[in-house]
Design a protein around this ligand. Structure first.
Ligand code: AMP
Ligand code: ZN
Length: 432
């Protein structure tokens, strides 16, 4: 059993009391970090500034830029020898934002994931194949620990290597998987190639889909192809990783674990709270993290709180499937990409002109990225060999930075339309 009934069905009033006391503790503790110590002093804030949950609004937001500017240890609130684990956001090989955990942070995170998986129906008797990248990315180890806590047999398959994934699934009668939705679709084409039908030739009953936005239609398509139930899983490295919000068997929004996270939904322009049930940017305060507590962290993810209670009996509120982001971050195959990363790399390469355009496509079930890059006028001599060398160099540089391999198309200087105003950097043609 991994059903924490008392806390999952806690009375709202009691939940809010618990949040208030944990919020005060978090503030008192966060003060020890370089960053919050400075901010609190400047603003005259301490744990006593908080009398009610809405008093959290007295504290400034924390952003990804703050994390970057105080890299690497500016946010840790314990001595370094208390830390046992580091993770980072997916994507760049450059200075990704890093997150640190104490042993207790890992235990709390593990617990939240066990709660999520149990809620979706996973049990001790299940064979769980984790098809996520292990390593700095949180999706691998996070789920791994949670599944072991439930007592399931864990196959730490890691990402990629589709034929082996299928082989493992069949040889060990996998019953539950964790997979990026775009990869689930891609994998179905490999089943086809092998003349196998996942509905008949595997025993998978449950899938956890996470790490990237996907529509309800895409979820239903995946469920249809595989004949399993797929549950939406949301998280971000700054708040541990997966295990922040997760669907229950009713599949109608994701319960966000409010004993661990204080939720605000704000208008991304005015940064003021929106009315109940309205869409806005999700802002979260960690209520249990000790290694690196974060207060009013702007996720840049757009969602809303679904009004009303859930038929499953859990009292933690539900977030609607995510609509997109307020910044220009793209997610391709679960990897976060900022157009600025591409721009920075391109501008360092001799021969590259002034403009570029990122095009995201879905071919069959494969998502890919093409970058059209203008070649500078003086470099454009028409020498095919020279251009091919440039193209290869760009592929290598971007691959090193983004961890995925883009297709590069070289185009003439000034041939990408500029538009009037902000340059259009991205065209996303991915449809369901
Ligand atoms: P990372 O910090 O690398 O774990 O990336 C976290 C980001 O991935 C989030 O802020 C979201 O933008 C995105 N993400 C993760 N899970 C989901 C999901 N289930 N639906 C939509 N977006 C998601
Ligand atoms: Zn529910």
């Amino acid at each position: 059993m991994y059903w924490e009934k008392d806390i999952e069905t806690i009375d709202r009033r009691k939940l809010e009391e618990l949040q208030l006391s944990r919020l005060k503790d978090t503030l008192a503790h966060a003060q020890r970090s370089y960053y919050y110590g400075k901010i609190f002093q400047e603003k005259g804030i301490n744990a006593d500034s908080i009398r009610s949950l809405s008093d959290v609004q007295k504290i400034p937001f924390t952003t990804k830029d703050d994390l970057r500017e105080n890299w690497p240890y500016g946010f840790i609130a314990v001595s370094k020898d208390e830390l046992v684990r580091m993770h980072s956001s997916s994507g760049t090989t450059g200075r990704a934002t890093v997150i640190f955990h104490t042993a207790n942070d890992v235990a709390v995170w593990t617990n939240l994931l066990a709660r999520c998986m149990f809620m979706a129906g996973m049990r001790k008797s299940d064979v769980f194949q984790n098809m996520m990248t292990y390593g700095l990315f949180t999706g691998g180890l996070g789920f791994h620990y949670g599944a072991e806590k439930i007592g399931a047999l864990v196959i730490p398959a890691g990402a990629g290597n589709s034929k082996r994934q299928i082989q493992l699934m069949r040889d060990f009668a996998t019953t539950a998987v964790h997979v990026i939705p775009s990869y689930a679709l891609h994998l179905s084409t490999v089943f086809e190639e092998l003349k196998l039908d996942p509905r008949k030739d595997t025993s998978v009953k449950i899938a956890f889909l996470g790490a990237e936005p996907h529509t309800e239609k895409m979820r239903r398509k995946i469920e249809e192809i595989y004949g399993y139930k797929a549950f939406n899983s949301y998280g971000l490295s700054e708040m541990n990783g997966p295990g922040v919000a997760f669907e229950c068997p009713y599949q109608d929004g994701m319960h966000i674990w409010e004993d661990s996270f204080l939720v605000e939904i704000v208008d991304p322009k005015t940064l003021q709270p929106v009315a109940d049930g309205e869409e806005g940017e999700l802002v979260m305060t960690s209520l249990q993290k000790k290694g690196m507590p974060l207060i009013r962290y702007r996720t840049k993810d757009l969602t809303r709180i679904i009004p009303g209670t859930c038929a499953c009996g859990r009292t933690h509120r539900r977030l609607e499937r995510f609509k997109g982001r307020t910044d220009d971050m793209l997610i391709l195959k679960g990897v976060n990409i900022f157009p600025m990363q591409i721009e920075k790399k391109l501008m360092d390469i001799e021969g590259v002109g002034t403009n570029f355009l990122i095009i995201l496509n879905r071919e069959g079930y494969n998502d890919n990225m093409t970058v059209k890059v203008e070649v500078s006028r003086d470099y454009f001599s028409g020498d095919i060999k020279q251009l091919e060398k440039l193209r290869k160099k760009i592929v290598e540089e971007l691959k090193g930075e983004l961890l995925i391999t883009p297709k590069i198309e070289l185009v003439e200087s000034d041939s990408i339309p500029k538009g009037d105003g902000k340059a259009v950097r991205v065209i996303d043609n991915r449809k369901d």
